[in-house]
Design a protein around this ligand. Structure first.
Ligand SMILES: Nc1nc2c(ncn2[C@@H]2O[C@H](COP(=O)(O)OP(=O)(O)OP(=O)(O)O)[C@@H](O)[C@H]2O)c(=O)[nH]1
Length: 537
């Protein structure tokens, strides 16, 4: 991701501060100079950069800074807060509510990513329990309806469009009326893009808008336009009552910083960012989370939101099993499928403090192929095998051959999968039982909502991977622990349990230990493609 370059440069600038013995005007000026240079090269407007520099200087009184690391933290915190401020439009966007129709209309220039983002957003809400659908009112571009249809079918989202009606207003209105009658919560209307013809774009937007009366109009902006995003979002803000922006293609453009800060400067809320072509590549935008991630400090809030939104299930059984010191092949299967639902591991890792850099170069495709093959393997097992801890295969090795054949994998791969299960089963044995660490701590699912526990976990998360955020010198920014104390501990422990695969090599329950997961992924190379297996009954 191009943004990681900006993140690295900002981190390096803050690293200068950590390395220096004293904090004086010269050191602070040096740090600010490097930060401003990095921002300017990411196409952030000169005026905004100057403002940021001035604001940071105003916040820091070098003469009265406390000595040692605390003084450095004051500077780092001022930089962090001002970077957040740079991206903060300071306005609230419309929030859809369940149980009533929320009509969301998309507008944007041609090729900005509207059609793709419509489906991403519909899926985002669908995963959060909203009944979502799509209306293809882009009658301008031949093939737009087919594109939306294809995306919608893939994501299993109901859609409406017409091959014969050429008037986008009629299509939009018919589709919205139909879905309102069918009591959909989220009705997303995709409209035509225009090629730099803002006037026409806004005229059409107003016409469709009058027909469907959207609760929210979203303008999709391609990050590559950089600072030009300012004029577009300003014009948009003036014509759309409930306007919000989604900035797309932040995965591929060095000008992303320019686009985000330009939109924020017009006080138009940025609600999501597009970070890839895949349907899952849509992230809710929050300046603090974004800057946290950019600086390698992770985004625990985002991680939790993501995990909760996926409705990862089947944890209860595993928690119960773990408390008794048991771990079955079925538990392994459930964890595997939960991890796969999370999306690319590199994306997950960027939400965990210090993990982002560690994952650089990790091949997501290889990792997920290996996991898929493991799923094929366990899906070819009988109920009796799934409920066992895997020893049954040792007693009757012909089972291994049968599973390999059924899953289209090799005997070696089945053995490797079973040895993973055994490693986890051994860990579970150590952790569980009356005297196990889990019960001593109140059970795997029973971590209390104790701020001390949360802070300890946050610290542990930040120290993980040996890459503390903010120039290598900042263990905790206070803001993060504040954020963490607002988290639901039950969910956090649930999430931790999800990664129980490695949770107790060194830590206790609730500590995410990606070490084992990474090891597992480290092993996941060079495996041939498999055909899917079918579960035997
Ligand atoms: N890398 C990347 N590509 C994206 C992103 N969002 C969309 N795209 C790609 O951008 C291209 C254009 O996207 P569309 O959704 O067709 O754009 P559109 O705005 O609907 O285009 P028109 O209908 O012609 O106005 C496609 O190839 C998408 O896959 C993103 O966040 N990152």
């Amino acid at each position: 991701m191009v943004f990681s370059d900006l993140g690295r440069r900002l981190n390096a600038a803050l690293g200068e501060l950590s390395k220096s013995d004293v904090v004086n005007d010269e050191v602070v000026d040096g740090v600010l100079k490097s930060i401003c240079k990095a921002l300017l090269e990411s196409d952030v407007n000169v005026r905004l950069v100057q403002e940021l520099r001035g604001n940071i200087k105003k916040r820091i009184n070098v003469k009265s800074l406390p000595a040692g690391p605390n003084g450095k933290r004051v500077v780092q915190k001022a930089v962090f807060d001002e970077l957040c401020d740079l991206l903060d439009p300071k306005t609230q966007a419309f929030t859809p509510k369940k149980g009533r129709p929320n009509v969301i209309m998309f507008v944007g220039l041609q090729g900005s990513g509207k059609t793709t983002t419509c489906t991403k957003l519909a899926l985002y809400y669908q995963r959060r329990g909203f009944k979502s659908c799509l209306v293809a009112a882009d009658t301008f571009r031949a093939g737009a309806f087919d594109q939306l249809k294809q995306n919608a079918l893939k994501a299993r989202i109901p859609f409406y469009g017409s091959y014969t009606e050429a008037d986008p207003v009629v299509v939009a209105q018919t589709g919205v009326d139909k879905f309102k009658k069918e009591r959909f919560d989220i009705i997303i209307v995709d409209t035509s893009g225009r090629h730099q013809q803002e006037k026409e774009l806004f005229n059409e937007m107003i016409e469709i808008s009058e027909a469907v009366r959207p609760n929210q109009t979203i303008m999709v902006l391609d990050a590559s336009i950089g600072q030009a995003a300012e004029s577009q979002s300003r014009a948009f803000k003036e014509s759309a009552n409930f306007g919000a922006v989604i900035v797309t293609k932040l995965d591929g453009h060095a000008k992303g910083g320019g686009a985000l800060s330009a939109v924020a400067a017009t006080k138009t809320p940025i609600i999501f960012i597009g970070t890839g072509e895949h349907i899952n590549d849509l992230e809710r935008f929050s300046p603090r989370s974004f800057i946290s991630k950019l600086l390698g400090m992770g985004d625990i809030e985002g991680l939790l939101e993501h995990v909760q939104s996926l409705g990862l299930d089947k944890q209860q059984n595993m928690v119960k099993n773990l408390e008794q010191g048991k771990f079955t092949v079925r538990d392994f299967r459930d964890q595997l499928s939960n991890i796969m639902k999370l999306g690319p591991l590199s994306k997950m890792a960027s939400m965990i403090p210090g993990m982002g850099d560690m994952m650089n170069g990790m091949d997501d495709a290889e990792g997920s192929m290996r996991m898929k093959r493991m799923l094929f393997i366990v899906d070819s097992m009988t109920e009796q095998e799934l409920n066992s801890d895997g020893l049954i295969f040792k007693e009757q090795p012909t089972r291994i051959m049968r599973v390999a054949r059924g899953s289209g994998t090799s005997v070696l791969e089945v053995e490797e999968t079973l040895s993973q299960v055994r490693v986890f089963a051994q860990m579970a044995k150590k952790m569980g039982g009356k005297d196990g660490i889990l019960n001593q701590m109140g059970g795997a699912g029973g971590l209390k909502k104790d701020p001390k526990q949360i802070a300890a976990m946050q610290k542990r998360l930040q120290s993980m991977g040996g890459l503390p955020g903010m120039g290598g010198g900042m263990p905790n920014l206070g803001d993060i622990s504040k954020m963490a104390s607002g988290l639901n501990m039950g969910d956090l422990s649930k999430m931790a349990n999800m990664f129980m695969g490695g949770a107790n090599n060194g830590g206790g329950p609730g500590g995410l230990d990606f070490g084992a997961m990474m090891n597992q992924f480290g092993n996941m190379r060079g495996m041939p493609a498999a055909r899917g297996g079918r579960r035997r009954r």
